[in-house]
Design a protein around this ligand. Structure first.
Ligand SMILES: NC(=O)c1ccc[n+]([C@@H]2O[C@H](COP(=O)([O-])OP(=O)(O)OC[C@H]3O[C@@H](n4cnc5c(N)ncnc54)[C@H](OP(=O)(O)O)[C@@H]3O)[C@@H](O)[C@H]2O)c1
Length: 342
């Protein structure tokens, strides 16, 4: 089968950074679905994994986590799916990735994709939707039923992949007052369209920008989707007493938690891969969340976040996609769809 992968971890400007390979089809584990992949999205995690290691991979390592495709076979313990189902999922960081014609994924972390979306639009959603959902509802404890309606959230990095779905979940499900950050006219327009109530510029200290634009000194929740260390001091200043800050972006340097103590404020991490990586007893919750997201998309409550599609899935288009994502200026999501003829 055709796959795009790497043998060496190289800068994306190097032609060998991602290459086309002919690889054997994956072997299924008991809970797996075998999926014929039709579209994949590229996330910052793809570029971080590609850029992070020194070893040589033999056989080649296939990257890619978000995917949408069709079930072609099932392991003996896979439940809830049949051959022919159109599914979407964000996969498992510890297994071969989705940039391959056929891909094995644990059925418990997959779901039937929204019926109103094509494969490309569906592939744009799973990783970012799971991250945003888990951060808001599982880690920060925001009510997905609206019990926290009217409370205020600051979403740092509103126009990116995760921000684009987090704004919608915070606004439409939780009914929070959403303040999102964006630094350019294009990203400001995008977050406004997604439903943000106010926009501040993340190039200024967040507390100063918040106060200047909204007149507020504090918010009940801060969801940090970019540059945690850069924003840390200001996030500590704007979080309300007994409020919650969550981040999805690793720290490269330590930060001081002490400023949160006087306010009894909480800090929580979200990593979308935790459930699959540790096979937690509740890992099937990811399938449940994706099924719920599909329902919400089909009901018109959530809208898709796809903004750009490259085609077909090949080393060349995947290198282009990585280069675009690495610039850190994405609006919504970038997808690579379809396989070369022949
Ligand atoms: N923990 C997890 O499970 C998890 C899951 C998904 C992603 N992540 C991580 O979360 C981060 C965001 O992912 P993503 O897919 O949303 O990325 P993305 O789509 O590449 O984000 C691009 C956006 O980031 C904004 N941005 C750039 N610099 C910023 C800054 N200094 N402060 C605030 N916003 C800034 C840009 O807005 P402007 O153009 O307006 O400046 C742009 O719209 C990445 O580091 C990714 O690895 C973690």
């Amino acid at each position: 089968m055709h796959a795009v992968g790497l043998t060496h971890y190289l800068p994306i400007s190097d032609e060998r950074a991602l290459q086309d390979f002919d690889l054997p089809q994956p072997e299924l584990r008991d809970h797996d679905l075998l999926v014929r992949v039709h579209a994949v999205s590229v996330n910052p995690v793809d570029t971080k994994v590609r850029g992070s290691q020194g070893e040589v991979e033999t056989p080649p390592r296939v990257l890619g986590w978000d995917a949408a495709g069709e079930v072609v076979a099932l392991g003996p313990a896979a439940r809830g799916f049949a051959v022919g189902d159109r599914v979407y999922y964000a996969g498992d960081l510890t297994r071969p990735g989705s940039n391959s014609e056929l891909h094995a994924v644990d059925a418990r972390i997959a779901a039937k994709m929204p019926q109103t979306l094509d494969f490309a639009a569906a592939a744009a959603l799973p990783l970012t939707a799971l991250t945003a959902w888990e951060a808001l509802f599982d880690r920060m404890g925001v009510s997905s039923e609206g019990a926290d309606a009217g409370k205020t959230i600051l979403i740092v990095g509103g126009a990116g992949g995760v921000g684009s779905i987090a704004i919608q979940l915070a606004k439409r499900l939780a009914r929070l007052h959403v303040i999102a950050t964006a630094s350019r006219s294009e990203t400001r327009a995008w977050v406004t369209g997604l439903g943000a109530d106010a926009i501040i510029d993340h190039r200024a200290p967040l507390d100063e920008a918040l106060n200047a634009v909204t007149g507020r000194a504090a918010v009940d929740y801060v969801l940090c989707l970019n540059s945690t260390a850069q924003h840390w001091p200001a996030m500590c200043r704007v979080i309300a007493p007994q409020g919650t800050i969550a981040s999805i972006v690793e720290l490269k340097e330590p930060v001081d938690l002490t400023p949160l103590m006087a306010k009894s404020a909480r800090f929580a991490w979200e990593l979308m891969f935790t459930r699959s990586m540790f096979q937690t007893p509740d890992m099937a919750e990811q399938g449940v969340i994706l099924a719920r997201v599909a329902e919400l998309v089909d009901a018109g409550v959530l809208r898709g976040t796809l903004t750009r599609t490259l085609s077909p899935i090949s080393a060349a288009s995947m290198r282009e996609a990585h280069a675009l994502v690495e610039q850190g200026r994405m609006i919504g999501k970038l997808v690579v769809a379809g396989w070369p003829e022949g």
